[in-house]
Ligand binder design. Structure first.
Ligand code: ATP
Length: 245
């Protein structure tokens, strides 16, 4: 049995509103162990709202169900979601520029679930991103965009998540750096972490992902394996960024 048949995160009928504006309506998605799952959609489709809702940062509508490792976590706040194994790398990375690389990473290991394995996780992060291992004392704000993305992913991994969520991680990176980033994501998934990312870059994300969802104005309009989506000319021409790399 492939490891990704073990569902870890199951989102059903997710609804998010901002006042009268319905940002997400009846959205369902799941992520399994070792699986890379991508949610693809244009600007404003609701991608960040989806990740924010799962991370416990954005309130959800009645009827929403979010289950993590078999436990109902629909109403948990963000710090408790971290303890349930959900880590978010937000858009814009959210690292602390005036702290060093090592200090940023240490912040991630404050989660209770992470403390005992902090050393092991740090070795994993430094092995994954040798550039960080070479510069633990460098201030994060003096790192390049690609390196800052490594710090952000490293910090999220330090909380020892089951599911790593990333909000448009390739935004602002060169095509080459984006490719390297996706290679790292494949290595992370290979270690058994589930990965859920939202992206506008269809080609690159489908090349790496196992499965994809298409989201338009707050609703899921398609779902398939990533190879099928990659070979679907209609899908590829419909999504911004499909021809960019
Ligand atoms: P982008 O790629 O531009 O970040 P997105 O797919 O992540 O877009 P969201 O940021 O989730 O989309 O936004 C979905 C919709 O909800 C948009 O119409 C947006 O304007 C609206 N929205 C998001 N956050 C808020 C908020 N705090 N208050 C009001 N409306 C919001």
């Amino acid at each position: 049995m492939p490891i990704w048949e073990t569902t870890m995160l199951e989102v059903s009928n997710l609804g998010v509103r901002y006042g009268r504006h319905v940002a997400l309506d009846g959205v369902s998605a799941r992520v399994s162990k070792g699986e890379i799952c991508v949610i693809l959609g244009a600007n404003g489709a609701g991608k960040s709202s989806f990740l924010g809702a799962v991370a416990g940062l954005v309130g959800t509508e009645p009827g929403t169900s979010i289950v993590m490792n078999g436990k109902d976590v629909t109403k948990l706040d963000a710090h408790l979601m971290v303890e349930e194994g959900v880590a978010l790398v937000p858009e814009g990375r959210g690292i602390f520029g005036e702290l060093t690389v090592a200090e940023n990473l240490r912040l991630g290991s404050h989660a209770r679930r992470a403390k005992a394995d902090a050393g092991k996780m740090l070795d994993f992060v430094y092995g994954l991103f040798p550039r960080l291992a070479e510069r633990p004392r460098q201030l994060a704000q003096t790192m390049s965009g690609g390196e800052q993305q490594m710090v952000a992913i490293g910090r999220a991994l330090m909380s020892k998540p089951d599911i790593l969520m990333l909000d448009e991680p390739s935004l602002g990176l060169s095509p080459l750096l984006s490719k390297e980033l996706f290679k790292s994501l494949a290595i992370i998934a290979g270690e058994g972490f589930g990965i859920l990312l939202v992206e506008q870059n269809a080609r690159l994300s489908f090349k790496t992902a196992d499965r994809g969802y298409l989201i338009e104005t707050g609703r899921i309009v398609g779902e398939d394996t990533a190879p099928n989506l990659l070979n679907d000319a209609k899908v590829m021409s419909a999504y911004l960024g499909a021809v960019a790399h």
